[in-house]
Design a protein around this ligand. Structure first.
Ligand SMILES: O=C(O)CCC(=O)C(=O)O
Length: 286
């Protein structure tokens, strides 16, 4: 097959979900508006400039990475709640799961949550990253149900020369015996503001930068709510900043309870703790 299908933000969610199910990913050419992109650069650019290169072959010795993104900028809400990204993530992962509780046959629908966040700047001279599946973090076997939907927002133009993410379309259908090869990859080419959305079972990796300028991407992962978050969002985002986000984002950051009962605090929805009095503090004081 050819590279990934390209759509624009006004594409129908049903169509985008069908493309992702088939190919494992899609490119949304106009994912992020120029104002948001510029605000993200303003907040995150200095941290990137202050960061040294990675020190190992996987993270890249000519690559700079910055994490804790929801704690460093207040401009990620339109990115994580983009209707095609969040919409596709919900449709692909939040599948009702039937179970018996006593004599009752019930269905439970899992939540989803923000997992890892990183700004990744690949500099000239950086070689290609080993191809991998991001859901391997959760020791998943393949093929199987989707447990991660990832986004790469192009903060600068992505080209074949400057290290645009290499993707093997359709590889989420493969089993765990078939190895990925560079020959099967397609580079992600998209203008700054474009977004690559892909599922965790797709083989991909950062490309080789043979150009003269760095390539910068902002990546976010949404995972099923019953899995451990890749990045510890409770430490990455100070509580005062969590409170500045709308309810949907606070819940995505992990202040939510995944049915039937994961993540509770004092036997309640942890979201209640954010705004109200902390029952744990009251208990410790008594
Ligand atoms: O930077 C990229 O294009 C992909 C990076 C990636 O897949 C990773 O670091 O795990």
């Amino acid at each position: 097959m050819a590279g990934l299908t390209r759509v624009t933000s006004d594409a129908a969610l049903d169509d985008v979900v069908a493309i992702i199910e088939r190919d494992g990913g899609v490119i949304v050419e106009d994912f992020c508006d120029a104002q948001t992109l510029s605000a993200l650069w303003q907040d995150l650019g200095p941290a990137l400039d202050a960061q040294g290169y990675g020190e190992d072959w996987y993270n890249g010795t000519r690559t700079r990475r910055v994490s804790s993104l929801f704690g460093r900028t207040r401009h990620l809400t339109p990115v994580v709640t983009h209707p095609l990204y969040l919409g596709a993530a919900r449709r692909l992962m939040q599948k009702p799961t039937p179970m018996w509780i006593g004599k009752s046959r019930v269905e439970m629908t899992p939540t989803i949550q923000i997992s890892g966040t990183q700004l990744i700047q690949i500099h000239p001279g950086q070689g290609k990253q080993p191809l991998h599946r991001d859901d391997a973090l959760h020791l998943r076997t393949h093929p199987g149900p989707h447990s991660r939907v990832q986004l790469m927002l192009a903060m600068s133009d992505f080209t074949a020369e400057n290290g645009g993410t290499l993707v093997i379309p359709g590889s989420h259908h493969w089993d765990d015996e078939r190895p990925p090869t560079t020959e099967e990859t397609y580079p992600t080419e998209m203008p700054a503001g474009g977004g690559l959305i892909w599922v965790g079972g797709v083989y991909h990796g950062g490309g080789k930068n043979t150009g003269t300028t760095p390539r910068t991407g902002l990546t976010l992962a949404l995972d099923l709510g019953n899995l451990r978050q890749e990045e510890n969002q409770y430490l990455a985002v100070p509580k005062e900043m969590v409170l500045e986000y709308p309810e949907e984002v606070r819940r995505l950051l992990g202040y939510d309870r995944c049915p039937p009962g994961l993540g509770w605090y004092e036997m309640e929805d942890p979201y209640l703790y954010l705004e109200g009095e902390d029952p744990g503090v009251a208990r410790k004081a008594s």
